[in-house]
Ligand binder design. Sequence first.
Ligand SMILES: [Zn+2]
Length: 290
Amino acid sequence: MGILLALGVGAVAGLLVPGESPKITFLAVGQGDCTVIQQGDVAILVDVGPKTREGFDSGSRIVLPRLRALGVSNVPLIFITHPDGDHIGGLGAVFRRFSTSQIAISSAFRDHAELKAWLSEAGVPRDQVIWLSGRSRARIGVLDWDIAAPPWMPGQNDNDGSLFIRVSRGASSAILTGDASIAVEETFGKKLGWQGQILKAGHHGSRTSTGIAWISQVNPEWCVISCGLENAYGHPHPSVLEDLTRSEVEILRTDLDGELSFSFADGGFNRTYASSRLGPGIPQAIRKTR
Ligand SMILES: [Zn+2]
């Protein structure tokens, strides 16, 4: 088991203000993912939102303005679950603003051509990339991080190499799995044995993820689905919504509910409400990114 020594965790922990309650915020970035785990003015990101072929860059248009509004002035660490444009697209804009960030990615993608192109376009120096393999754990501030990289080979769907991430404080645990499919949930995810109050739906609520066995194992109170309003993929799929409803999980969606925020507490998460449900002056047309 690897320990995240390479992450400079001590340095990150030193930045966190004791006593400030950490929170997790799922930004409304359209059809993609960006999750902000924040304590005080320091945040760790999991994915950085989409950049589309049409040129919509959620990094500059949504992620940076929202980080500013949330009072974030330091981003020491960014996890990229997998190198697809709806997860890594915003990296250039975010990295230009936070150029000392370390970027953590599954080592399975080390030779991934598109990943190399994204990192080079974003100007990320090689020594700021942390390649994760197997299982890594770290305590950062008051939060416990558990990160697991599934086995993945070139030629497989990128989604199935997505990092599994659990971030916890006491009884509050949130679980994120990028776009990993049901097959990975039921093999790799099962072995992890994780449970959590918050489950982020895999693959934006596609029917290829968030299978019933995974829902039963994690046993969440809330499921957060990050997807674009009226997206062309039809996410989330009705069968996923049905399975969640039948399992008595409350469904929250960034396309309908906007930004979603929870504060970590020892006894379990407290749901908090963003001041602006739909983000800061982001035109409807832009939020409808596909
Ligand atoms: Zn995706």
